[in-house]
Design a protein around this ligand. Structure first.
Ligand SMILES: Cc1ncc(COP(=O)(O)O)c(C=O)c1O
Ligand SMILES: [Zn+2]
Length: 394
């Protein structure tokens, strides 16, 4: 393995996503209390990080370490996350008449989902700060990933998860040595339980966007998309959005790469896909002021999309607006049908969340939001193998 060039990171400080107030990188931080919004890591792009050096780097997401916030290489907790494959879905493309249809398959990550990226960085930072106990509310995948990275880092881990989550998500947490608490409800109910357990602040709370570093891990998907496509971005990226870290992270990566001169515009239109059972982004777009009044979130077979009140809502809306994208919700039957169709046609057993992006594409193509000729990238965020209970194979 080639030693990374110094400095190891170009990270300089944290900023409030809303008012840009600065927070130090040197102390442990959660979110921006000034505006009750996420904290964003900023980097010094005047120091050179040239993309040509990447060819000598390790084949995982830590190849972008200058643009990741870990200060010392020794603190990295890695299980080999990142550099997941990108497949051309040629059979589906031929059948439906798309000229360039790609899928980035995050199921190849440790613990079978893209959550590994964010939690690798967050646990590395927790180790750097000497944290000994973490806690997380989860729809499934994030809990398993946190449990695995905490096992490796010798950090105690508590996972709070909806009781209706497929069995394997619970089993993996226990196998990785985490304490598991099950709640009748959705992820927001799990968060309430955590507030109760953590009244005295004894645990470090790893909730989505309530700490600044999971976003940095997730953004490496954006760097990889650019690198794997030889720095020519797709026209459209379709992403299954729950808490929104992936969507926000990929966009952050694109903007960082623009400012480093690694890519040129135009940037892709970003599309957020949700389940009709729980589609807060669609609700907000319909009625920004009163959307919560008649909103009744329900569970979905795409467990990761059941995030009723995302803390990063404003940031997600900003990505959709800046990129000229949109949000769309799909039916449960469509999601299940999508999993089966992609498995039969392409030999990939992807997560229901990933399959939702395929069905969203068909809708958006029918309504001429996306043309047949466009280069479209779907994100499969996790492995379908973890969800078999949802298909009556449990
Ligand atoms: C497989 C999968 N896809 C998508 C999501 C939503 O992720 P994000 O928080 O990045 O929107 C989750 C979250 O649990 C997930 O597990
Ligand atoms: Zn602020």
């Amino acid at each position: 393995m080639i030693t990374l060039t110094k400095p190891f990171t170009l990270a300089t400080l944290l900023k409030c996503a809303e008012c840009h107030k600065e927070y130090p990188l040197s102390s442990i931080n959660t979110y921006a209390t000034c505006c009750n919004q996420p904290l964003i890591v900023k980097y010094d792009n005047s120091l050179e990080f040239i993309k040509e050096t990447l060819q000598f780097r390790q084949n995982n997401m830590w190849r972008y370490s200058e643009m990741l916030p870990v200060l010392k290489e020794d603190n990295i907790i890695t299980l080999g996350e990142g550099m997941t494959p990108m497949f051309a879905l040629n059979k589906l493309a031929d059948r439906y008449g798309f000229s360039n249809l790609l899928l980035k398959d995050e199921s190849f990550n440790p613990t079978g989902s893209f959550k590994a990226r964010g939690l690798s960085v967050a646990v590395s930072k927790a180790k750097e700060f000497g944290v000994t106990k973490c806690i997380i509310p989860t729809a499934g995948n994030a809990g398993g990933a946190l449990a695995a990275y905490c096992a490796k880092a010798n950090i105690k881990c508590t996972v709070v998860m909806p009781s209706h989550t497929p069995k394997i998500f619970k089993q993996e947490c226990e196998l990785y040595g985490a304490s598991l608490i099950l709640i009748d409800g959705l992820i927001n109910d799990c968060a309430k339980k955590i507030a109760e357990i953590n009244k005295e602040g004894l645990y470090f709370d790893m909730s989505t966007l309530k700490e600044p570093y999971r976003l940095e891990g997730k953004k490496t998907m954006g760097y990889e998309i650019a690198e794997q496509l030889n720095w020519q971005l797709p026209d459209v990226i379709i992403y299954p959005a729950g808490g929104g870290t992936g969507l926000i992270g990929i966009w952050k990566a694109f903007k960082e790469m623009l400012s480093m001169g690694w890519i040129t515009g135009p940037l892709p239109r970003m599309i957020a896909v949700q389940s009709k059972e729980c589609a807060p982004i669609i609700e907000v777009l319909k009625d920004p002021v009163n959307w919560k009044n008649n909103f009744i979130p329900k569970p979905t077979i795409a467990n990761g999309l059941a995030v009723p009140y995302p803390f990063g809502m404003n940031m997600m809306l900003q990505v959709l607006e800046e990129s000229g994208g949109t949000a769309i919700a799909v039916e449960e039957e469509e999601i299940a049908g999508g999993v089966k169709e992609i498995a039969k046609m392409e030999g990939l057993l992807i997560s229901p969340e990933g399959a939702a992006t395929w069905k969203a594409l068909l809708h958006l193509n029918r309504t001429q939001v996306i043309a047949d000729s466009e280069k479209v990238l779907l994100l499969n965020t996790g492995s379908g193998y973890k969800y078999l209970d949802n298909f009556n194979y449990g």
